[in-house]
Design a protein around this ligand. Structure first.
Ligand SMILES: [Ca+2]
Length: 318
C-alpha cells in the first residue's frame, strides 16, 4: 500500500511533465521554427490564436481497423460516376494535361485518375486548416518528429508565398490541396505548371497536374509502359506465385495459365516483368502489376489504391 502511494507520488510530477500545455509547446516550437529560417511575419500570422483541434486527435485515434476487401474498395472507388467525371475532366483540361504528359512522360489519364481518387477532381481537398492540424499532431506527441518536420515544411511553403495560411487546406493529417501532398512532398516535388511563380496545388489545375506528374516521374515512371492489367488465372493457380515479391517475365505468366480477361494470350513483349496480385486471394480479382505499378505505390503504399488508379485510368483513356 505504502509502496503504491510512494510510486504514485513519484510518478505524479512525471505525468504532469509528460504532456506540455499546447501554449508552452507552441512557444518552444516558434523559437525552433525561427531558428530554421521561418520569417517572423509568417510565424505571427500563421500561428496566431491557434489551438489544438480535438477533431484531429479523435480522427488520429480512430483509424479504421476492419480491413475492407478489395472487391468492396474497388466497388466504391472505381465507380461509374467517378469515371464519367474523369472523362469530362480529361476533355476539359486536355491541352494542359497533354502538355504535362509531354513534359514528364506520365500519361494524362493516370494524372486524372490520381486527381479523381485523391480529391474527387479538386472538389474535396479536405476541410482542415493545415497549420493547426499539424500543430495539434506535433503537440499530441504520438509522432512528434514526423509532424513537427511537416509543420516546419508547411510554414516554409507559406513563407515562400505559394499559398496563404488561410488557404492552406488539407486533410486532418496534413495532406494538402487537390493532389493531397504532405508538406515535405510539396517541398521536394511540387511544380509551377502555369509559370506564374507559385506552386498552387489548391487552386491551379496546371500546378496540380505538373506536381502529380513530377511525383511519379521522380519516383521512376517508365514512359510508354502500362501500370499493369487485369487478368484471369486458373482455379488451381499456385498461391506462392502471388504477391509483389514474385516478379517474372510475361512469358512465364503465359505458361502459368494467366490470360487476358476475355481468355486471350498475354502480350508477347518479353522484356516486361510483372508480379501477379490477387488482393482478395486466388479466386478473387487478379492483376499483373508492371514496374509502373510499383511507382504508383510510392505515392500510396496500398495495392488497392494503385490497382484502382490504374483501372480508372484505363476507363478514362478508353
Ligand atoms: Ca503556378
Amino acid at each position: 500500500m505504502k509502496f503504491f502511494l510512494i510510486l504514485f507520488l513519484f510518478l505524479l510530477p512525471f505525468q504532469a511533465q509528460a504532456k506540455q500545455s499546447f501554449d508552452a509547446w507552441l512557444k518552444t516550437f516558434k523559437a525552433r521554427a525561427a531558428q530554421q529560417g521561418i520569417s517572423q511575419s509568417t510565424l505571427t500570422l500563421a500561428l496566431a490564436n491557434i489551438s489544438p483541434n480535438m477533431r484531429v486527435i479523435e480522427l488520429d485515434g480512430n483509424q479504421p481497423s476492419a480491413k475492407w476487401t478489395f472487391a468492396k474498395y474497388r466497388n466504391k472507388i472505381v465507380d461509374p460516376v467517378r469515371i464519367k467525371k474523369g472523362r469530362e475532366m480529361y476533355q476539359k483540361h486536355y491541352k494542359a494535361l497533354k502538355q504535362t504528359e509531354a513534359k514528364y512522360g506520365v500519361p494524362a489519364e493516370i494524372i486524372v485518375a490520381l486527381w479523381g481518387v485523391e480529391s474527387n477532381f479538386g472538389v474535396n481537398t479536405g476541410g482542415f486548416d493545415v497549420i493547426p492540424a499539424l500543430a495539434t499532431l506535433a503537440w499530441d506527441g504520438r509522432r512528434e518528429k514526423l509532424f513537427t518536420d511537416e509543420l516546419i515544411a508547411a510554414l516554409k511553403i507559406i513563407d515562400a508565398g505559394h499559398v496563404t495560411h488561410n488557404n492552406m487546406k488539407g486533410s486532418w493529417a496534413g495532406a494538402m490541396g487537390q493532389c493531397q501532398f504532405m508538406p515535405s512532398s510539396f517541398m521536394r516535388l511540387a511544380q509551377d505548371g502555369n509559370g506564374d511563380g507559385k506552386k498552387d496545388i489548391w487552386g491551379t489545375e496546371e500546378d496540380v497536374f505538373a506536381s502529380a506528374a513530377n511525383y511519379l516521374s521522380k519516383s521512376g515512371w517508365q514512359s510508354g509502359y502500362r501500370w499493369g492489367r487485369e487478368v484471369v488465372i486458373p482455379k488451381n493457380f499456385p498461391k506462392n506465385l502471388e504477391g509483389m515479391d514474385v516478379k517474372k517475365p510475361l512469358s512465364f505468366w503465359q505458361k502459368s495459365g494467366v490470360r487476358l480477361p476475355g481468355g486471350g494470350k498475354l502480350p508477347q513483349s518479353d522484356n516486361i516483368s510483372a508480379s501477379l496480385i490477387a488482393p482478395d486471394g486466388i479466386g478473387g480479382d487478379a492483376f499483373l502489376a508492371y514496374d509502373n505499378f510499383r511507382v504508383i505505390m510510392k505515392w500510396n503504399r496500398s495495392t488497392y489504391f494503385a490497382t484502382s488508379v490504374g483501372l480508372i485510368a484505363d476507363q478514362i483513356a478508353r
